[in-house]
Design a binder for this molecule. Structure first.
Ligand SMILES: CC(C)C[C@H](N)C(=O)N1CCC[C@H]1C(=O)O
Length: 653
């Protein structure tokens, strides 16, 4: 047997260093760009919330679908090394295009600070996003598999550690970029006018992608590179097609059954290829229920929304997941898993993944419990058969309002009455009610006509100052706002004569009294689940794939994420349950059901050593001893040439 010893440090190939640094920079680039993408849609392109989030989710789904393309190119045509380089170039061009699309000065001919030609910016940014999706998705299965290729058979422990470190780098990159890019966006920059600095926020990820490419190329001389064995994906498709056709032709019971339906390709196709296809199909079948995990994982965003309600800062909450990953991966790897092993329990990869899903389900049960607590602090909202009416009395004395023959409201002067009725009345809600006799200007709001109201305006938590103006007259007042609260300000006609003192504040909705610490268990549970599920899934997909289809199986694994994202989009379109906590419980139950199905499937799965099976098939084919020897020799010669080129040390054992 021939084994190559590449340059090593502490038992790990040195080439791995370049791969993990490359992954760190690439993830910084990807997550950094994602952190400001919705803001760019909302405040630069001026899209509404629905359009911005739909395009965002569609982009994320596309990023997890393109791995199939990358894997096919790598395993059938260019090999992983070249695929990573070419697609990284596409990716970097995409990031640069995206950064250029955010320069408002390009089309701001009238220099008013807003772009004049939105079509130009939209077209350029969409082109950038397509190139980014192609690049990031395309290289993703190749980088993980290429990293795995650097290890030799006896380094299985190091291989598993590599996948954990790889995952740590993903999250270190995402953590830094999620912290940095929103700060860059908040800076002001521009040629003609100073605006929020999107070019910097998108430009830095573009630079990081270029660095990622340079780092990868720098390691070029040290990598173990395997060339694809012809157009493997085309051979796989033809072989599967032939097996199906042949099975159909021999459907009569007079023909003896075969052990596996792929054995119907035996007449025409190489036994080795059939064995490899069987390995891949077995794993892909196992992956069918897995998108449900990612559906819950991506729904985490909505848990974040209510974290805002609880008093947390949603932007910063996005960093909780990577921070927990950075802590939990080493704890699991070095402490929990070895401890479980010491207790004599066989915590196999598929068992870990099942437990990971159950942890995610528990996170949603915990979210439901917190939501129930929050709901208790909220006012009663009208049901589908009810509507709410708010009446504001700006008259000088108490008024009696009759709504229907037997329903009466008594409203004091400058008082507000919220009334819920079983009939259909229109809901009136407001933030400022102008009881003054003329138009008023209020800081950061449009002017309000007499007896008119503003819409509810979102303000930051804490003390806020307002200035009211009418011509030369003005007055100032400040109020403290609690998270999740909602207020109405009634402005009387005497507002300027008493220096804003007479403005009445009505609390429509109380501030949240549920402590934000209650959401920590959810984050902890879902991230523990992610470590068990996602890191293990990455290792499992590599270890169970035949040598020539490693990227393909990595792509299959990433596709579970894409499908999960698509389910999130569908669920968002289908609508929501009336109660948020019920929705969380529904998702938790679905994931429990899926983990039960998965555990049954996993029970029937036999772990394989693809290299061993391939050797066995070769032996059965009678390639041994002469032909196999010949094949081995050919491989030796080819690899020797490659090693000589790369100056890598080679030893025979
Ligand atoms: C959402 C976090 C910033 C990153 C997450 N913990 C993570 O590492 N991943 C989510 C999808 C798979 C994986 C990744 O490769 O980014």
């Amino acid at each position: 047997m021939l084994v190559y010893l590449t340059a090593e440090c502490c038992g790990y190939p040195i080439s791995i260093f370049f791969i993990v640094v490359n992954e760190f920079c690439e993830r910084f680039s990807y997550y950094g760009m994602r952190a400001v993408l919705v803001l760019y849609f909302r405040y630069f392109l001026l899209w509404d919330d629905d359009l911005a989030t739909s395009i965002y989710h569609a982009f994320v789904a596309l990023c997890y679908l393109t791995p199939i393309l990358g894997a096919i190119i790598a395993d059938s045509w260019l090999g992983k090394f070249k695929t990573i380089i070419y697609l990284s170039i596409v990716y970097a061009i995409g990031q640069v295009t995206m950064a250029i699309s955010t320069i408002h000065d390009i089309t701001d001919a009238n220099r008013d600070g807003t772009p004049d030609n939105f079509t130009f910016h939209i077209a350029l940014s969409m082109l950038g996003l397509i190139l980014i999706a192609l690049g990031t998705g395309g290289i993703k299965p190749c980088v993980a598999a290429f990293g795995g290729d650097q290890f030799q058979e006896h380094q299985s422990r190091q291989l598993n550690t590599f996948f954990s470190v790889f995952y740590l780098c993903i999250n270190a990159g995402s953590l830094l970029s999620t912290l940095i890019t929103p700060v860059l966006r908040a800076q002001e920059c521009g040629i003609h006018t100073q605006q929020q600095c999107y070019p910097l926020a998108f430009g830095v990820p573009a630079v990081l992608m270029v660095i990622s490419l340079v780092v990868f190329i720098a390691g070029s001389g040290m990598y173990v590179k395997t060339d694809p064995e012809g157009n493997i994906m085309w051979s796989v498709c033809k072989c599967i097609g032939f097996a199906i056709k042949n099975r159909f032709r021999h459907r009569s019971s007079s023909y003896p059954k075969r052990e596996h339906w792929m054995d119907w390709a035996n007449e025409k196709y190489d036994k080795l290829l059939i064995a490899q296809i069987k390995m891949v199909l077995k794993v892909l079948f196992l992956y069918i229920p897995l998108p449900m995990f990612w559906t819950l994982f991506d729904q985490k965003v909505s848990i974040c929304h209510f974290s805002g309600l609880l008093g947390g800062l949603p932007d910063q909450m996005q960093t909780v997941n990577p921070i927990l990953i950075l802590t939990l991966v080493p704890i699991m790897d070095r402490l929990i898993f070895p401890l479980i092993q010491k207790c004599g329990l066989n915590f196999s990869p598929l068992k870990r993944m099942t437990v990971g899903m159950l942890f995610a389900a528990m996170a949603f049960v915990s979210a439901a419990l917190v939501q129930i607590e929050i709901d208790k602090t909220l006012p009663n909202f009208p049901s589908s058969s009810e509507s709410q009416l708010k009446v504001v009395n700006t008259y000088s004395t108490t008024l009696n309002v009759t709504i229907s023959p037997n329903e009466h409201l008594l409203i004091e002067s400058f008082g507000v009455q919220l009334h819920t009725s079983k009939h259909t009345y229109s809901t009136i809600s407001c933030m400022f009610v102008n009881g003054y006799t003329a138009d008023l200007n209020i800081t950061n709001l449009d002017s309000i006509e007499p007896s008119a109201t503003t819409n509810y305006t979102l303000v930051n938590q804490g003390k806020r100052d307002f200035v009211l103006r009418h011509g030369e007259q003005w007055c100032e007042f400040s109020r403290k706002f609690g998270f999740g609260a909602s207020y109405t300000f009634l402005i009387p006609s005497t507002v300027f004569s008493d220096d804003c003192e007479s403005i009445t504040e009505v609390e429509d909705m109380k501030p949240n009294s549920v402590h934000m610490a209650l959401q920590i268990p959810q984050y902890f549970l879902i991230t523990t689940g992610e470590v068990m599920f996602s890191v293990t899934g990455l290792q499992f997909s590599y270890s169970q794939a035949p040598k020539n289809m490693k990227s393909v199986l990595q792509a299959g694994w990433l596709c579970t994420n894409a499908v999960g994202n698509i389910i999130v989009l569908i669920v968002a379109e289908l609508g929501k349950l009336p109660k948020q906590w019920a929705e969380y419980l529904l998702f938790a139950s679905l994931l429990v059901a899926v983990s039960i199905i998965f555990s049954i499937m996993a029970y029937f799965y036999t772990y394989i050593d693809p290299a061993e099976i391939e050797a066995q098939v070769r032996k059965e084919q009678g390639l041994e001893p002469e032909e196999m020897e010949k094949e081995t020799l050919e491989m030796e010669e080819k690899d020797e040439d490659q090693k000589n080129e790369q100056g890598v040390k080679q030893t025979k054992i």
